[in-house]
Design a protein around this ligand. Structure first.
Ligand SMILES: NC(=O)c1ccc[n+]([C@@H]2O[C@H](COP(=O)([O-])OP(=O)(O)OC[C@H]3O[C@@H](n4cnc5c(N)ncnc54)[C@H](OP(=O)(O)O)[C@@H]3O)[C@@H](O)[C@H]2O)c1
Length: 254
């Protein structure tokens, strides 16, 4: 059912986005891969083309750049101008400390990327999907958008915002036959913690110490499941956690 579809994935240069790019390509989809690191986009493009023989359109894109997002989506090459599925994945955490000592630049980065970036991309892609009379928007939310955890403050707030926008889009795009879903993971081992701790690899590794986190492929499998339902079925939301995790506050380590 997915073969031949076109999928736009934001933040495809690492982690969950990259795993989604591979899984969709493996299913015969053509993929638009975006991110801010050109070398990674080029490597990914080459590997996907060689391994799966599908069409790939790499776009160097910072989702915080409102003008760039608009232009990129207005002037897509013909082969990619019909977007069947959008995976709104680009996002990051910055810092893990109480709000009163939080870094305002980190807050801006999270709000501008996780929330405003998702808004810019969703607006432009919604217009395309309305014109083509259908499509599917899949947001990568988080359990952080369902329960706040200590020192998660602004990151959690951006994911609560994603949850609100997911619900708003589902209502607003109902008459346009556009499906809107969210996949909300618990702990997934990606570059997320390294980015959150500004490159501190040791600190990042400790996050997953003594427990088995989810893999990016676990999330990509879930996204594919959501995308691959029959046209009359919309999975509104999926929460997925490692077996070792029950909530943002409950985790067992060996
Ligand atoms: N890891 C977890 O435990 C977890 C749990 C729940 C939800 N999530 C969510 O999953 C999503 C993916 O995170 P991940 O865990 O896969 O982290 P990751 O490995 O660090 O990947 C993040 C991706 O987002 C891209 N990105 C970041 N800022 C961007 C920007 N301004 N413009 C465009 N792309 C940008 C990065 O690409 P460039 O740096 O090349 O731009 C990268 O491809 C995020 O929305 C995150 O909040 C993660």
């Amino acid at each position: 059912m997915l073969k031949g579809k076109t999928v736009l994935i934001t933040g495809a240069t690492a982690g969950i986005g990259k795993a989604c790019a591979f899984k969709f390509a493996e299913s015969g989809c053509n993929v638009i891969i975006t991110g801010r690191r050109l070398d990674r986009l080029e490597t990914l493009e080459a590997k996907i083309k060689t391994d799966y023989g599908v069409k790939v359109y790499p776009v160097l894109l910072d989702v915080r750049d409102r003008k760039a997002v608009k232009e990129c989506l207005e002037f897509l090459p013909n082969d990619f101008s019909h977007i069947d599925i959008l995976v709104n994945n680009a996002g990051l955490g910055r810092g893990l400390e109480p709000l009163y000592v939080g870094d305002e630049d980190g807050w801006d980065e999270m709000i501008d990327t996780n929330f405003k970036g998702l808004l810019y991309v969703s607006k432009a892609v919604s217009k395309i999907m309305i014109n083509q009379k259908g499509g599917h928007i899949i947001n990568i939310g988080s359990i952080a958008g369902r329960e706040v955890y200590p020192n998660g403050n602004v990151y959690c707030a951006t994911k609560f915002a994603v949850s609100a926008i997911t619900k708003a889009l589902r209502v607003e795009l109902l008459s346009e036959k556009i499906r809107v879903s969210t996949v909300d993971p618990g702990m997934v081992e990606t570059e997320f913690s390294e980015v959150r701790f500004y490159g501190d690899k040791e600190k990042a590794k400790n996050v997953y110490k003594g427990m088995q986190p989810l893999t990016p492929e676990d999330i990509a499998d879930t996204v594919l499941f959501v995308a691959n339902r029959p046209p009359h079925v919309n999975i509104n939301e999926i929460v997925i956690m490692p077996t070792a995790q029950a909530s943002t506050a409950h985790l067992v380590r060996d």
